[in-house]
Design a protein around this ligand. Structure first.
Ligand SMILES: *Cc1c(COP(=O)(O)O)cnc(C)c1O
Length: 221
């Protein structure tokens, strides 16, 4: 059902040849429910806490790709490193340095997205729009982390114009970066869109959506 909606939205957006990566957000959900979802084709799951991701990694490790989508504390990096396909929430230099250092210790490269707080909400983390370019340039030559794109969260609001503009702004930042042709940089992913706003996000160029409650129902905290 979700797949059909994604397909319809791509066609509506004139992007019928494109693919949208689905990250099924499983925070607070148990292993059994996740295993069930794997039968229906889920390959990638998203978690927002290191402990929970790590526990689930111990159970599911090789069966799934793990995405860290939540705010990441620097002192939790060592428990996370090596377990993720993609970390969506790189938003500051101290975290970049720690990710690079810990990755180097394991002799791996960690793929990351830069999180941008387009709407500059106090409640949310992320770089400001006008900080993205400088930050990217500052960490571009870090050997053990690899920037793969950008991530944002839109404000929780009924105001569709505002939400659309947030996604449009992130797309523009991505395009600007692509046009600068940085050596070795592949901006593969634009991670934007959740249950309430994924259609708008796809219309504005998202190719990675993070969907929780649509798939698993309301979360039980
Ligand atoms: C929880 C969460 C989601 C999924 O939210 P839903 O509205 O349940 O789809 C997506 N992204 C982030 C960063 C989240 O924390």
């Amino acid at each position: 059902m979700l797949n059909e909606e994604i397909e319809k939205t791509l066609i509506k957006a004139g992007r019928s040849d494109d693919l949208v990566n689905l990250v099924a957000v499983t925070k607070t959900k148990g292993i059994d429910i996740i295993k069930e979802s794997l039968k229906f084709g889920v390959t990638d799951i998203g978690e927002n806490r290191v402990q929970e991701l790590s526990d689930k990694y111990d159970e599911l490790g090789k069966d799934v790709n793990f995405h860290m989508i939540g705010h990441l504390q620097t002192n939790k990096v060592r428990n996370l490193i090596g377990k993720t396909k993609l970390i969506h929430s790189l938003d500051r230099m101290s975290l970049a340095q720690e990710l690079n250092k810990r990755s180097k210790m394991l002799n791996i490269t960690t793929d990351v997205l830069l999180q941008v707080n387009i709407a500059e909400e106090k409640s949310k983390h992320g770089l400001k729009s006008d900080e993205v370019l400088q930050f990217l340039e500052d960490i571009l030559d870090f050997q053990n982390i690899r920037i793969k794109g950008l991530m944002t969260m839109a404000p929780l609001t009924e105001d569709q114009v505002l939400v659309r503009n947030v996604f449009r702004s992130l797309f523009k930042i991505k395009e600007d970066i692509v046009n600068r042709n940085y050596k070795g940089l592949n901006m593969a992913y634009l991670s934007m869109g959740m249950t309430n706003d994924y259609k708008l996000a796809i219309e504005e160029g998202s190719n990675m959506i993070r969907i929780g409650s649509f798939i698993f129902g309301e979360r039980n905290y």
